[in-house]
Ligand binder design. Sequence first.
Ligand code: ACM
Length: 265
Amino acid sequence: MKEVKIALVQFKPNHLNIEKNLERSFDLIEQNQGADIYLFPELYLSGYLFTSIEEVKKVALRSDNIVFDTIKKYTKDKKIAIIGGYAEDESGRFFNSAFFIAEGEFLLNYRKVHLFNEEKLFFSPSFNGYKVTKYRDINFGIMICFDWIFPEAARTLTLKGANIILHPSNLVLPYCQDAMITRALENRVFIATCNRVGTEKVGKKKLAFTGKSQIVDPSGKRLIQLPSSKETVKIVKIDASLSENKNITNLNNLLQDRRPDQYIM
Ligand code: ACM
């Protein structure tokens, strides 16, 4: 057994207000204690809708930003992990990134590989690929939102040994939540998708986010799904070791039966 309690924090960020978002994220954790891992949406520290590069610059964080020291200290005191999305500044290049900070340690930084729509105007795509980190003897991988539509993302994390794929999101299309049943099943992994709720409007631009954060188990069963428009936090206990059995039948093993020589990559 590899038990872990994951909190889905279906959050509605304040647009371009990092200080407030950080404070509210800690409040929500205080009000929902008992999880080992608190998963927040994509870009939860900044909000999503950018209309100029100046807006991105205003909220993009370098790796030495005090925000990360604050999160490190908080997770150390509480003996928890926090995963969530933020705008990253690396020497003036911006990435749509997610951090995995656990008990005072910055364990993983993932930069989104597949940028969605107007994200391409403001962010650089990652060339660092998909990575897995170990926490509480469980392998965690991260992909961000639109990565879901490329089966290679979840498959790569599975091949790298992920038991649980953490999936911070800001979904606007209606397909992902159902598609994740297939992604979890075809890889026999857990997938925790934490989506945001609410709308963002800047000038003539408006986006509505679809909520319905969820966790799907390696058999494709949805263990929980949150409402479509309400900020909600729910904690789910899972046994990550269930993802270690890749057998479909006595004679079929999901990873050993792959035929890469027959595929186009
Ligand atoms: C998305 O990737 N935020 C849809």
